[in-house]
Ligand binder design. Sequence first.
Ligand code: FAD
Length: 322
Amino acid sequence: MSDKCLVIGEAREGTLRNVTYEAIAAAKKIQPEGEIVGVICSDSEQESQAKEMIYYGADRVVTIKHDNLKAYTSEGYGQAVLAVIQEEEPSAVVMGHTSVGKDLTPKLASKLTSGMVSDVVDIEIDGDKPVFIRPIYSGKAFEKKIITNGLTLVTIRPNNIATLERDESRSGEVSNKDIDITDIRTVIKDVIRKAAEGVDLSEANVIVAGGRGVKSEEGFKPLYELAEVLGGAVGASRGACDAEYCDYSLQIGQTGKVVTPDLYIAVGISGAIQHLAGMSNSKVIVAINKDPEANIFNIADYGIVGDLFEVLPLLIEEVKKI
Ligand code: FAD
């Protein structure tokens, strides 16, 4: 078995997402002594992105440039990444547990009849085998998985595996691979942006999430203000989304996004099991709720019992002083 790991880079608006660098760190855990090869698919030159992957620990990077790789499609990226896997014959392929990763890796695993582990939050080594740790039962327990033989495809949950130190003195080869990407049945005509500008929710270190207790779209304003002063993003419960206080792209939970920020501030959220499924692994949880019996307090590290419309302005004022 080769001691090489491929890391599939994922970019948004020309910048690699942080989870790409986390995936490099994950690959290093899988193959501490092996070669880490970054892969970037795009319709344009990706020299600077490739260099970033090298600064964060990749040994070399293969770029694939093709008009059919302008936006992600499972057919286009599937053909491109498959060709690199077949040429490089790695022992593992790692990428983020993002919408793209969740779509692409099972497709590749099925084509290559390989093992796959998704939503990995940590990796240990047992003998010479990587052990993949992933949450189950909505984050209430963790399971450890080993792929006994062959290629392993892995998706890692953003914000769980720390990136390696960025080092601009690192160098490595950047090569372009020509692949004829044909037979594309899906064409992305336009991307209509619904999510709010600013910090990406799934990669945010701080999230201020609002629930039905926020009562209106207007009521979300102080949450945006607090998120801004903390350099974070705004999220929401499904209760708030269903009530049309905010867009569904902000929904966190079982049927929304799964997040693991350093700090999660739940504002006017009761703590239904389906909401906890998306945020209970956050490192520090602060809950603001006027009901002292609210379930959210059972998982909160810090609880503030009070009216959110009184607590939030005080909190914003205090944070601004720091
Ligand atoms: P509520 O339960 O109504 O809670 C509002 C809270 O605000 C209360 O605790 C109240 O005390 C507090 N409050 C009110 N006014 C104030 C105030 N002025 N100051 C402070 N606190 C105040 N939910 C999700 O969030 N994400 C999901 O992905 C999700 N998926 C689901 C999937 C399925 C199949 C099902 C059946 C449900 C799902 N739900 C999901 C819905 C979930 O069950 C809850 O209904 C939802 O999370 C409730 O949202 P909430 O906490 O905002 O509202």
